[in-house]
Design a protein around this ligand. Structure first.
Ligand code: 3MF
Ligand code: MG
Length: 343
């Protein structure tokens, strides 16, 4: 069977290694250098924040339009495709306590105008998808915001976006915490509930990140299955995570190979990618890598994904069906582990 998968990542996945506890440990590659890595590493989709495309989200539209056209040209010259644009609503001084759910009307207005603008930017670079990672749409302490009003504000934001961009789709990338203590819409299921309340549910779906599901105490492959059944899995951020700590963005499959296999298996079995969806990797290079070796996490994640595709395809499904029917799950354990170990 031909491999139908196309891969994507964002320019932030090649980085200088700074973390909350220490500065950069290697020089940044320039944006052009990053773009030039894509094809060589086997990727063709580019994921963007709005200000990865425009020099400043606060610039006048005439300047932003020029910036976006330039990026479109750089993509076209390299045969790359813009997969999505995500308004980066969590870094601005106005959005310290949230953007869409801020208590400040001025902050909410800023967030909406910036988000609508990200649709105009997406139209120029040719992206059909807008991703909402609601980073600060939650609280540091329960009493800080009105939780019911906050849910309504998220629905109002979705409606305004759907109204402004008649051809775009909105993908919620849900995460239960970090940077906030608690997010208002912590999981895929919460977001898909809200999708049904909007003026066009058919254009509201999800991007599921493995680590975010794990941080919510959920199995990423079951989260993906839930969205796949509803035909709402429009992108993924595959990566790995060692337990309930900060979002580690480790290479896909390096912590728990069986958990990674199950994600690949559910994607493969359910035709993920056959409607143009990308296999997105949201992975970070370890801080200990040198500049020259700081793209290996992308190579590794893609390679591990493809090896797991081979394993998903060569799994004896009749054997699995028989073991399920006989409820012999101890034997099933051994079959899966043997398969992963190459026996
Ligand atoms: C945060 C993330 C982000 C989002 C990105 C696009 C740095 O946990 O995963 O990646 O994926 O901002 O929405
Ligand atoms: Mg992500």
């Amino acid at each position: 069977m031909a491999n139908p998968y196309r891969f994507s990542f964002g320019p932030w996945n090649i980085h200088s290694g700074a973390d909350p506890f220490g500065p950069a440990v290697r020089d940044e590659f320039s944006f052009i250098e990053k773009l030039d890595f894509y094809k060589n590493l086997g990727f063709e989709g580019v994921q963007f924040h709005d200000d990865d495309i425009v020099a400043s989200a606060d610039d006048a539209w005439s300047k932003q339009e020029k910036d976006a056209k330039k990026i479109r040209q750089l993509l076209d010259e390299r045969g790359l495709e813009a997969e999505f644009v995500a308004p980066r609503l969590w870094e601005h001084p106005l959005t310290i306590d949230g953007a869409i759910t801020s208590n400040s009307p001025e902050a909410r207005k800023y967030a909406l105008e910036r988000s609508l603008r990200s649709i105009d930017i997406a139209n120029i670079v040719g992206a059909k998808n807008i991703v909402l990672w609601p980073a600060r749409e939650g609280t540091y302490m329960r009493e800080a915001k009105d939780p019911v009003a906050s849910v309504g504000r998220l629905v109002d934001w979705l409606n305004a976006m759907l109204e402004h961009g008649k051809n775009i789709r909105i993908l919620g990338e849900m995460k239960p915490n970090e940077p906030m203590d608690q997010a208002y819409v912590p999981t895929t299921g919460h977001f898909l509930g809200l999708a049904q309340l909007t003026i066009d549910p058919s254009r509201v779906g999800t991007l599921i990140e493995s680590a975010h599901a794990i941080l919510a105490g959920l199995d990423p492959s079951d989260e993906m299955a839930y969205a796949l059944y509803q035909k709402k899995l429009w992108s993924v951020h595959l990566n790995d995570q060692n337990g309930l700590k900060f979002d580690e963005d480790k290479s896909f499959g390096v912590v728990d190979l069986r958990r990674a296999f199950n994600q690949v298996w559910v994607l493969e079995r359910n035709g993920y990618g056959q409607n143009g969806e990308f296999v997105g990797l949201d992975v970070k290079a370890l801080r200990t890598q040198s500049k020259a070796t700081s793209t290996k996490h992308l190579r590794n994640s893609r390679e591990i994904f493809l090896q797991l595709v081979d394993l998903a395809r060569s799994l004896d499904v009749h054997k699995i069906d028989a073991l399920r029917a006989n409820r012999d799950y101890e034997e099933l354990d051994m079959v899966i582990i043997n398969h992963l170990l190459g026996h």
